[in-house]
Design a protein around this ligand. Structure first.
Ligand code: NOJ
Ligand code: CA
Length: 697
């Protein structure tokens, strides 16, 4: 009887409705992907994980101008293959990554004889799939109008989301149930930041990470975003379902135009028993193609300082002759405050050389800053013309003598065709002046008008820049791009992106709440490192101007811990040199912390609450622990079971000092040294908005 009920419940519906139904399991058999084609030829899928359906029956496919790719398919064939390979990232949180999965390739053909293949890869920590459109007789182009891929959740999970803004990912995260997703408040509060942002009422960005009632975690993401519009998600809050939403082109009905053969980016579903599993997942990197570069010897971890924060706090200006100053949205600053002058740049080079930094970022070195912000002008900046008070020949000589590299800055003001016209000259100019890293920026509304930061045209632009900089042996750090999707594997010179709300917001806006950095690693960082610009020791903006009320929502110890918890091979010590020179004992941690690791362990983690990592320096036996908390103080006992047995280490602990609190008392850091061995326990006390950083040598 029981068997009959089971048969009726599970098997009979399939027999009745599904024409074809293919299953593939992960290597450990903990994840199962089932593809189905129903009687009407509609493709669908579902994903089981650890005894539940993490994704219940959900649709697949597209609508296009040429043909309907969401139904009316006939099954052609299916094949399952296995894959197990270990590869080595050039730099990273770990020195090797295992890519072990089983693949199901399903071939379909529709009533207009268009072919569509779906390639599913099933890993022990989730699923990836992409659509492939082979070249066939008579069909050349697909004009995508909508994507039908859906993600049917099995419950009203807790989600950490930012609104589906076509133009920016620099938002504060909201925590809510899926059923409560509502981006309306953003339309009033945040959208004013730039000239025009589009936020659809229930659209959220990917990666979207969620926690289920029983503590399991799921994240919906994208991998290898190339030549396609970025995928946001439209939340059907009643039915607890998400549907892919592609960012439009200037014609709102058209999302992406592609020439066959073509394949989409991967749709990725990360699955884990707990929060730590999401941080440990390498699924997005594994779905990306291997490195396109044969020679990566010139790519290196880069710790840098820069002519940067002083403009953000209003001490100086980017422009030469008096112009916008971050300290006043409308006012023009007086002359004589131009920060990127020869003498000031030398001061930073001296500082970098003295304290062992690789680079000095110089913003405001080139012409164009007088009138760039929010102007939507076709031609703004020259990327080969320094201001008259910036002696680039002398500074190149000086930096070389001091063993420091100047890091180039290319703010495009989103006038992208202008940048593309100048790109080759700009990179040749960088090489002439001995530079090997560029920070790009896309502040404002995109030109060509009608394009969006997350649309297909811009996606192609970011990749073009990665490709062209690679050919010139230049490392790339893109600010204001679409959020990364693991392409740093394919272009290892693309070392970091901003693509989220960085520390800078604390200088001139309501800032980032203390929980912000305990959320980013679970979504934004899954696709690649962030240039978050940590290391702010002077957290109160009133220090710079008496009437300012902004503060960085942090203790100083937490700023140290961020170097460990927010992994990036390119990391800035963002504060002013004079603020570091006042606290050289605390600054020592920033000098010492490595930017490349052999292994990383999540000691504890809870999204929006806390994260503790221990990481082993690449090829060495030195460990670095970073622990951060949200607005709540916390106590953690960290067992040092990862140390080598029989060895004695010295731990230097940078902890929140007595009475520390992000708001009332951010500065105290207590530094203690301790002899430790494998199996010892370190007691960490984190203040409200605080953190702890530890070096174990
Ligand atoms: C925004 C970037 O995030 C910031 O780092 C930069 O200083 C300004 N744009 C100016 O380019
Ligand atoms: Ca930014």
């Amino acid at each position: 009887m029981k068997r009959l009920i089971l048969f009726l419940a599970f098997v009979a519906p399939l027999l009745l409705s599904a024409q074809t139904n293919k299953r593939v399991f992960s290597p450990q058999k903990n994840v199962m992907l089932e593809f189905s084609l129903d009687a009407k030829g509609n493709p669908g899928y579902r994903v089981a994980f650890a005894g539940i359906f993490a994704i219940e029956n959900s649709s697949l496919g597209f609508t296009t101008k040429e043909t309907d790719l969401s139904g009316g398919f006939r099954f052609v064939s299916a094949a399952i293959t296995s894959h197990d390979e270990t590869w080595k990232p050039v730099m990273g949180e770990v020195d090797h990554i295992r890519d072990q999965h089983n693949e199901l390739l399903v071939r379909l053909i529709n009533k207009d004889e268009y072919r569509m293949d779906i390639r599913f890869r099933v890993f022990n920590d989730g699923v990836g799939f992409r659509y492939e459109f082979p070249k066939d007789e008579g069909h050349n182009t697909l004009t995508f109008t909508d994507e039908k891929t859906a993600f049917q959740m099995g419950g009203d999970h807790t989600a950490w989301w930012i609104p589906g803004d076509y133009n920016s990912n620099e938002h504060v995260y909201t925590t809510s149930k899926i059923s409560e997703i509502n981006t309306d408040p953003y339309n009033q509060a945040e959208v004013a930041i730039s000239a025009q942002h589009i936020v659809d009422k229930t659209n959220v960005q990917t990666p979207l990470t969620m926690r289920m009632a029983d503590g399991k975690h799921i994240s919906i993401a994208e991998a290898a975003l190339v030549d396609f519009a970025a995928m946001h998600l439209q939340a059907d809050v009643k039915n607890l379902r998400f549907k892919a939403f592609l960012i439009p082109s200037p014609d709102p009905a058209v999302k992406s135009i592609n020439t066959l053969p073509f394949h989409t980016p991967w749709r990725a579903i990360l699955l884990s028993e707990d929060a730590a599993g999401i941080l440990n997942s390498k699924l997005i990197l594994n779905l990306n193609d291997p490195s396109k570069l044969d020679d990566v010897s010139w790519i290196h971890p880069t710790k840098y300082v820069g002519i940067w924060w002083e403009m953000h706090v209003g001490n100086g200006t980017w422009d030469y002759a008096g112009g916008q100053d971050m300290s006043s949205a409308t006012g023009r600053a007086p002359h004589g405050k131009h920060s990127a002058n020869t003498a000031n740049t030398k001061k930073y080079i001296d500082f970098a050389a003295k304290y062992g930094f690789d680079g000095v970022l110089v913003e405001g070195w080139n012409t164009g800053w007088e009138d760039w912000f929010g102007k939507w002008k076709d031609e703004v900046f020259s990327f080969t013309t320094p201001y008259p008070d910036y002696d680039i020949d002398e500074l190149t000589r000086y930096a070389k003598e001091k063993g420091v590299k100047i890091i180039m800055h290319h703010e495009t003001s989103a006038a992208v065709p202008s940048y593309e016209r100048q790109m080759d000259d700009a990179y040749a100019y960088m090489k002439k002046y001995n530079m090997d890293a560029v920070k790009t920026g896309y502040v404002g509304q995109i030109i060509p008008r009608g394009e969006w930061h997350d649309g297909q045209w811009m996606v192609n632009h970011y990749v073009r820049v990665a490709d062209r900089t690679a050919k010139n042996h230049i490392m790339l750090d893109a600010h204001e791009p679409v959020r990364p999707s693991g392409l740093g594997r394919t272009y290892p010179n693309w070392v970091a992106c901003e693509a989220a709300r960085g520390n800078e917001f604390n200088a001139w806006s309501r800032g980032n709440p203390p929980e912000h950095e305990t959320i980013l690693p679970f979504n934004r960082l899954l696709g690649g490192p962030m240039d978050y610009t940590p290391g702010i020791f002077e957290t109160r903006m009133s220090t710079y101007k008496a009437d300012k009320t902004e503060v960085v929502h942090t203790t100083v110890a937490k700023q140290l811990a961020l170097y460990v918890t927010m992994y990036s091979p390119l990391a800035m010590a963002a504060d002013l040199p004079e603020n570091y020179e006042k606290r050289l004992d605390v600054f020592q941690f920033i000098r010492d912390v490595p930017l490349d690791y052999s292994e990383s362990r999540v000691i504890n983690a809870s999204i929006g609450d806390y994260i503790t990592y221990a990481r082993r320096e690449k090829g060495k036996d030195n460990w670095y622990i970073g622990s951060i908390t949200d607005e709540n103080p916390r106590h953690f006992d960290v067992k040092l079971d990862f140390l080598k047995a029989g060895k004695t280490y010295e731990a230097t602990i940078y902890a929140d000092g007595p009475g520390a609190h992000w708001k009332d008392n951010p500065y105290p850091v207590s530094i203690t040294k301790k002899t430790v061995r494998k199996g010892d326990t370190l007691a960490l006390d984190l203040a409200a908005g605080g953190g702890c950083a530890i070096e174990i040598k």
